[in-house]
Design a binder for this molecule. Structure first.
Ligand code: SAM
Length: 299
């Protein structure tokens, strides 16, 4: 992907300017394609010295016919697409039926273009990022209006981004390892989480036919019904162990058993967006939850 949004102070590298094909206008207007195909220098290794490049006809927008043709030739698409175009970029990959490894934000999981792919096991999370935030280098001119950035000793600017994950359809070993779990009774007795420890039972949603499981490690191994679990469960998801059924963010969910009207709880805001638990007569809206079922519930 070529830089479009940061173009105002765009400085071509000497790699480009020292090349006979360098064009001061095209460098700002056109995309560029870099190819590494063979040991061009003949030094016995294929490396950055062998990189070839040329200007594209257009600006490199992934939606252009020129880039669609490149996509169709590709075996694997690996990139960090702009988060604002994540849905569109993913649909663009899926329509061409390509293998992919792309970076996105965890929140993308609940999008209507993304969640069905997760449910159908056509998309899952990669194994190498599963918590915390990640640093991305940005051009020095990049306007920073968020917390969490730094400039290193060499003057390079980095932005810390939360909730980043790899989204992929390339298989990996972690997703075939089952999560070790305790039974419901054991969780209620021994859980390290104060929200569960010593409780008589797990909470049931008022508007979903499911129980609320507030932590992935507290999923009961023996529960046969539907469970609402944190979205970060997907970092541990194994399709042999669990079936993904829905997500509480989506209004078309078949496990939703109740729609609230303003008359139900006049003081509450939009209760229909999430799973709701009634505590002492007061509705409590939970975080977005993935609805799952254990494929082999056991004691
Ligand atoms: C998050 S940055 C990632 C840059 C680079 N791939 C990397 O990993 O460092 C996203 C890039 O997509 C580019 N971009 C934005 N809209 C685009 C579009 N419609 N088509 C192609 N690239 C686009 C932006 O200019 C930016 O360079």
């Amino acid at each position: 992907m070529e830089s479009k949004t940061y173009n105002t102070e765009y400085q071509p590298t000497s790699f480009e300017t020292s090349d006979p094909q360098y064009d001061a206008i095209k460098t700002r207007k056109n995309g560029k394609i870099f190819t590494l195909t063979r040991d061009k220098t003949g030094n016995g290794k294929t490396d950055v010295e062998d990189l070839e490049w040329h200007y594209l006809m257009g600006n490199g927008d992934f939606r252009s016919e020129e880039i669609k043709k490149l996509r169709d030739e590709a075996d694997i698409i690996i990139t960090n697409p702009p988060f604002s175009l994540f849905r569109e970029f993913l649909s663009w990959i899926v329509e061409a039926d390509k293998r992919f490894l792309i970076i996105g934000n965890m929140n993308a999981i609940t999008y209507k273009e993304v969640f069905p792919l997760i449910r159908e096991n056509r998309l899952w999370l990669g194994p190498t990022i599963s918590s915390g935030d990640r640093e991305f280098e940005v051009p020095v001119s990049y306007p920073i209006n968020a917390a969490g950035w730094r400039i290193d000793d060499a003057g390079r600017k980095f932005l810390r981004i939360k909730g980043v994950r790899w989204f992929t359809n390339i298989d990996h070993g972690r997703r075939h390892q089952p999560l070790p779990l305790m039974t419901m009774e054991e969780n209620l007795k021994y859980s390290k989480h104060k929200e569960l420890h010593g409780k008589a039972s797990y909470d049931k949603y008022d508007n979903y036919d499911a129980i609320e499981v507030p932590f992935t490690d507290a999923i009961p191994s023996d529960y046969v019904g539907v469970m609402g679990v944190p979205i970060s469960f997907l970092d541990k998801y194994s399709p042999e162990q669990f079936e993904i059924l829905g997500v509480t963010q989506r209004n078309d969910d078949p496990y939703k058993i109740k729609q609230y009207t303003k008359a139900d709880y006049p003081n509450a805001n939009d209760l229909n967006a999430r799973g709701v638990i009634i505590l002492d007569g007061t509705p409590k809206s939970m975080y977005a939850r993935v609805l799952i079922k254990n494929k082999k519930p056991r004691k």
